[in-house]
Write a protein that binds this ligand. Structure first.
Ligand code: C2E
Ligand code: MG
Ligand code: MG
Length: 766
């Protein structure tokens, strides 16, 4: 064996050992190198580990600090949310989800009670629409929406609030979910209101000026300029010494300023000078205006010119609020008083009443007796009405012959209140009963009264007046001289009238009108002509009588086109009759309504209808009524004369029902009087009717006018009228109104109505 270390082996052994040593060394070196590398890696790792640990700790620290900051900020936010002087609400579909303390306080409702209540419950009823409108419209991109409205607290107490809303993220409108701030702006509103009032007050009838503490004029009002003659431009910046008249010595002004300094106020008479140099006396009042700290900030002077007679001022007031003819309150003052009465009725739970009184046939009287007599009637009526009322009741004249009486305190029961109102209405009518002395004659004047009751503010002033008007309308319909209450059925009647108007317009366009003809005969029963009577046949319905639609057509003006149609149709018929020997001598009477006659081109219309048709003017007879001729008598006469000149004749229809007076009858170029059927109806039983018919016939004879009786239904009537000297007739006895061929057949058969020989001979003797 060889001891390799000390090298005393064989050479081969020595080489091996050397190689092994070499390997060993290399391995040792490798090991050494590896150990060193690992050691370095390890140390590096250790180092990194410790750095990482430090960073981690730092991050932890930061996190903790951030956490603390978030908590502090949350606390601050909470405090802000609770204590900010603006109400803050979070809504979900209009329901309050969360509210801050201020909101709860503003709404005077504990927070728990606020939760889940709709915010709308706190909005005043008159502003609900505004609230919904504002909250439900889409928001413009990212804009808050603000509205000012009145809110109501649980006790009913109100305040003005500014609501500003922001939609919840992702929402388009305020409604489903949003945040709302709520600010009490009552004080600002009050200040604004006071400012507005102050502005109005400043523009009062008194002259006013405001100066600073140095006496320089800052502002003047319109009345200042009116009294002094100085415009605002001329006065502002100057001192009131501008107006000094020289009539007061310095001691006067010193004493005045001392009083203002001492008491803050002075008033008295003072002579001032206008811009034009004229000196005038005014009543001046100066007040010191103080700022919140108590110091004087301005002076306010108000004055009125007292050199002008006070009477002029009073007169102006009177003109503004009183009817100059009767001295009663006018419509303006009435509406004001009515408003007060309605408010007080609601407050006291008492009924009040509005009475509208309208004189019967005043227009006819006014036109026929002359306007001075008409004025006398109005003044006397006012005097009698006022005399019949309590001091607390208001009587007013609101135009023409319409008077209004407002009654208060009629008690809490509707029926009893109505009874009291009716009793007072009757008392008023009774006051008008004694005859009125006019132009040396005594006249009876009657009136209709329309009544409507009120007890709550819900009824507007104008609508109350309209209701009373409807009631009056009923009273007139019922034959005048009576009292009627407003009721809902009247409204229905008004609606029906509106429907009638629509129907009539359609009738004109759709050719639904037609003319009927009723025979007129002479004393021998011989056909002399006919009266054209209008009919309306709406599609699929029965015939409508003109009595049902002519008054409405008169009121709404449709009578103008309707009347034109009647004239043209009647003239065409007349022209046709003119071509036939059997009918060419027939007269045709056409009814003309007042409104139609008073058109400025009425003569041209009649002429046009005659020319176009080729009808003979002397065969046309226009039937007028008394109410038509009493208005603008001279004009009426002129129109009638113009038509007469071309051959047209005139008959006075319904004679005796209007305002009959010999004076006008004598002046009118009439051909015929038509005794109204209401008098014929009572013949021969009713002595009054007999007497009236007799009088009309006698009147006709003395005025050399023909007289025709209409509505003759019985042989007795015909006999009586004939005996009195009536020579023309119309009525069911001789034929009902019908289509034109009835007249034509009758004419061709030369129809003589069966008269007894006695009457015929009697008729012939006249
Ligand atoms: P009025 O002009 O006095 O016509 C007479 C009315 O008495 C007609 O009614 C006629 O049918 C009716 N009558 C005729 N004989 C008798 C009778 O023996 N007994 C009874 N109880 N009645 C009789 P109508 O056709 O209903 O006309 C009513 C009123 O309508 C007319 O009264 C007239 O004022 C108006 N009117 C008719 N047609 C027209 C028209 O074309 N224009 C205008 N403005 N008014 C017309
Ligand atoms: Mg007639
Ligand atoms: Mg008549």
């Amino acid at each position: 064996m060889c001891n390799g270390i000390n090298g005393d082996c064989n050479p081969r052994d020595g080489a091996v050992a050397k190689e092994a040593r070499q390997n060993l060394r290399e391995r040792a070196e490798q090991l050494l190198q590896a150990t060193t590398a690992t050691d370095r890696e390890g140390r590096k790792l250790l180092h990194e580990l410790s750095v990482y640990q430090i960073e981690l700790e730092m991050q932890n620290e930061e996190l903790r600090r951030a956490q603390e900051e978030i908590e502090a900020s949350l606390t601050r936010y909470r405090e802000l949310f609770e204590l900010v002087p603006v109400g803050y609400l979070i809504l979900d579909k209009g329901m309050i989800k969360e509210a801050n303390l201020t909101a709860a306080e503003l709404l005077r409702t504990p927070r728990v009670a606020l939760a889940q209540r709709p915010l709308s419950q706190f909005i005043a009823s008159e502003h609900q629409d505004l609230y919904y409108l504002c909250c439900q419209r889409p928001f413009d991109s990212c804009q808050t929406r603000s509205i000012e409205l009145q809110m109501v607290r649980p006790g009913g107490d109100r305040f003005w609030a500014l609501l500003s809303g922001l939609p919840a993220p992702g929402e388009e409108t305020c409604a489903p979910g949003c945040r709302i701030t709520l600010t009490d702006i009552s004080e600002r509103k009050l200040a604004e209101e006071q400012q507005r009032i102050a502005a109005v007050a400043f523009e009062s009838r008194e002259g006013m000026l405001v100066t600073d503490t140095n006496g320089h004029i800052l502002r003047v009002n319109r009345a200042f300029t009116q009294v002094t003659g100085y415009s605002p431009e001329e006065a502002v910046g100057r001192t009131p010494a501008l107006l000094h008249s020289g009539r007061h010595d310095p001691a006067f002004y010193r004493a005045m300023w001392e009083a203002i300094r001492r008491e803050g106020h002075w008033e008295g008479q003072i002579w001032n000078r206008r811009k034009g140099g004229e000196i005038y006396l005014e009543w001046l009042s100066i007040s010191a205006v103080r700022d919140p700290a108590g110091g004087v900030s301005h002076y306010l002077a108000a004055f009125s010119d007292i050199s002008e007679p006070r009477a002029a001022e009073r007169k102006m007031l009177e003109l503004a609020f009183y009817d100059p003819l009767t001295g009663l309150p006018n419509r303006r003052l009435l509406l004001d008083r009515l408003q007060q009465s309605v408010v007080s009725a609601e407050r006291n739970g008492q009924y009040g009443a509005l009475l509208l009184l309208d004189l019967d046939r005043f227009k006819t009287l006014n036109d026929s007796l002359g306007h001075p007599a008409g004025d006398q009637i109005l003044i006397e009526t006012a005097r009698r009405l006022s005399g019949a009322l309590r001091d607390t009741d208001t009587a007013a004249r609101i135009g023409g012959d319409e008077y209004v009486v407002v009654l208060e305190d009629l008690g809490p029961e509707e029926i009893a209140a109505a009874a009291s109102a009716e009793a007072i209405a009757e008392k008023l009518r009774a006051a008008l009963e004694p005859p009125f002395g006019l132009n040396g004659e005594s006249r009876h004047i009657s009136a209709c009264v329309g009544i409507t009751l009120f007890c709550s503010r819900g009824q507007g002033m104008e609508s109350l007046l309209q209701q009373a008007e409807l009631a009056i309308y009923q009273a007139k319909e019922a034959g005048r001289d009576c009292v009627r209450f407003y009721c809902a059925s009247m409204q229905e009647a008004v609606d029906a009238r509106a429907a009638l108007e629509i129907g009539l317009r359609r009738a004109l366009v759709k050719d639904e009108l037609l003319l009927f003809y009723q025979p007129q005969v002479d004393g021998d029963g011989r056909l002399t002509g006919a009266e054209a009577l209008l009919r309306w046949q709406p599609a699929g319905q029965g015939m409508v009588s003109p009595a049902a639609f002519i008054p409405a057509a008169e009121e709404n003006g449709l009578i103008i086109p309707i009347g034109r149609w009647v004239l043209e149709t009647a003239c065409r018929r007349l022209a046709l009759w003119g071509k036939d020997p059997a009918t060419r001598d027939l007269q045709l009477a056409v009814n003309i309504s007042a409104r139609q006659f008073h058109q400025t081109d009425f003569v041209a219309q009649v002429r046009g209808a005659l020319d176009q048709s080729g009808a003979d003017p002397s065969r046309l007879k226009l039937e007028l009524t008394e109410s038509l001729v009493v208005r603008d008598m001279n004009l009426v006469i002129q129109t009638m004369r113009e038509l007469r000149n071309i051959g047209v004749g005139f008959s006075m229809d319904d004679f005796g029902t209007g305002y009959s007076s010999l004076a006008y009858l004598k002046r009118l170029p009439l051909d015929q009087l038509k005794i109204d059927q209401s008098f014929v109806r009572g013949i021969p039983e009713d002595p009054d009717d007999c007497a009236i018919a007799q009088a009309v016939i006698a009147l006709g004879r003395s005025l050399r006018l023909h007289v025709i009786a209409e509505g003759v239904e019985t042989e007795d009537q015909r006999v009586f009228l004939t005996q009195q000297g009536c020579t023309a007739f119309q009525g069911y006895l001789f034929g009902r109104p019908g289509l034109p061929d009835v007249i034509e057949t009758m004419a061709r058969s030369r129809n003589l109505f069966p008269l007894s020989s006695h009457e015929v001979s009697h008729g012939q003797t006249l």
